[in-house]
Ligand binder design. Structure first.
Ligand code: ZN
Ligand code: ZN
Length: 422
């Protein structure tokens, strides 16, 4: 066992300062550390220097420095205590200076460097923080969703306080560096355990992690650094938007802190229903009533679309439930408003519930001319009545019908299916 001096750095005399190793200054942020390490790693990576002991040592040294400095907690411990911070319980100076590589995750940086995986850099502690996103919603009509609309919404928006410029300190005063944590925002508690000295890092209770103490609070923002006010914000809603979709307004969210940018405003669009139309994605559905005469004889009918009425020619003999497609009368694509869905129209043959005497008379006359369906039962029953009772005759007719159905004659269900394939 080697002896330990009072200054832990003395015993680690062979170890260079981590900042020196990476060639960065003490205030370097994570991005600068990463950049410096990438350069070192590229230069000395063992894969590019097989068998080169010196390069391997340099690479190890840089990796170790980066592993410590890129971790906010470890960096703070290193800044305060030097290498001693990592020797506790680490095997009493055995091996590579008491530093344990086990459990270190380099996939982040190596992913970036060598092109596999790749991860995010952690938010630099005390560095700029982007503001939070803010969510709100807006209601629009069915038609507005199809053609797009500009809306103005009113939201309560946070801004940096103009009196204190976001510091939260009363005019003429400045926030002071928190004496408890020396502005670091974190405090390290040391305790003894079976394994040695344990260091617990927690958010500073005095400054709540900001590193600053405001003695005289700004009266306009109560020391928060922010004020809220009602703001009108223009939202351009694109044609083709669907219910529940989101419009993102960059930089309209909450202000950032320590120089970070504003978050975004996320506006959820709630689309109203239409009394006429139904919508599914880019297609519109509509039910068009036509009269029996229109269906039988064929006719021009006006069909409403979101672009206004179109004249559609119903063919003679059109069956109830026939579907027709009006191309390009649907909803525009969000990506390209020149691309549009279709409108599907179901033609319903409407049966009148009220008829004038004149119309009834004409309909009876028509029926007689078209084969007298109204007198059919009477005619069919007439010969049967001579041989059997009317109830038996009814039974016979029913049996006859059902046997015909099973002989391959098309059922009503087949007809429905046919109509929907049109
Ligand atoms: Zn203020
Ligand atoms: Zn503090």
């Amino acid at each position: 066992m080697r002896g330990k001096g009072k200054d832990p750095r003395e015993t680690m005399a062979e170890k260079r300062d981590f900042y020196e190793v990476l060639g960065v200054d003490k205030n370097a942020d994570n991005a600068a550390l990463k950049k410096a390490f990438r350069e070192m790693a590229k230069k000395y990576h063992p894969d590019t220097h097989p068998g080169d002991k010196e390069a391997e040592e340099k690479f190890k040294e840089a990796s170790e420095a980066y592993a410590i400095l890129s971790d906010p907690e470890k960096r703070q411990q290193y800044d305060q205590f030097g290498m001693a911070a990592f020797e506790n319980g680490g095997g009493g100076g055995a091996g590579a200076g008491g530093f344990d590589f086990g459990g270190m995750d380099f996939s982040d940086i190596f992913g970036d460097l060598f092109g596999f995986g790749g991860g995010r850099t952690r938010q630099t502690y005390n560095g700029p923080m982007q503001g939070e996103d803010v969510r709100t919603s807006v209601r629009i009509t069915f038609e507005e969703a199809i053609f797009g609309v500009d809306k103005e919404i009113t939201i309560s928006q946070k801004d940096e306080c103009t009196s204190c410029h976001g510091t939260g300190a009363k005019a003429g005063t400045t926030p002071e560096t928190c004496p408890k944590c020396n502005g670091k925002g974190q405090v390290v508690y040391t305790s003894q355990s079976f394994f040695g000295t344990v260091q617990n890092v927690t958010t500073c209770p005095d400054c709540h992690g900001t590193g600053k103490i405001i003695k005289h609070k700004c009266p306009d923002c109560s020391g928060t650094g922010f004020t809220s006010s009602k703001k009108k914000i223009a939202v351009s809603i694109p044609a083709g938007i669907d219910n529940g979709q989101m419009v993102r307004l960059r930089g309209k969210g909450e202000p950032g802190t320590r120089g970070g940018g504003r978050g975004d405003l996320l506006v959820q669009v709630i689309v109203g229903t239409s009394p006429k139309f139904a919508r599914q994605d880019m297609d519109i559905f509509y039910q068009q009533d036509i009269s029996f005469a229109q269906a039988a004889l064929g006719s021009e009918v006006r069909i409403p679309t979101v672009d206004g009425d179109v004249i559609y020619t119903v063919r003679p003999g059109t069956q109830p439930g026939t579907r027709v497609r009006l191309k390009g009368k649907g909803v525009p694509s969000l990506r390209n408003k020149n691309v549009r869905g279709d409108q599907y129209v179901t033609l319903n043959v409407a049966v009148p519930t009220r008829l004038s005497d004149e119309a009834k008379e004409a309909l009876r006359a028509y029926d007689l001319a078209a084969g007298d369906s109204l007198g059919k039962a009477e005619r069919d029953a007439a010969p049967a009545e001579k041989e059997s009772t009317s109830s038996e005759a009814g039974k016979t007719a029913g049996e006859k019908n059902s046997s015909e159905n099973h002989k391959g004659k098309k059922t009503i269900f087949d007809k429905i299916k046919e109509n929907f394939t049109e």
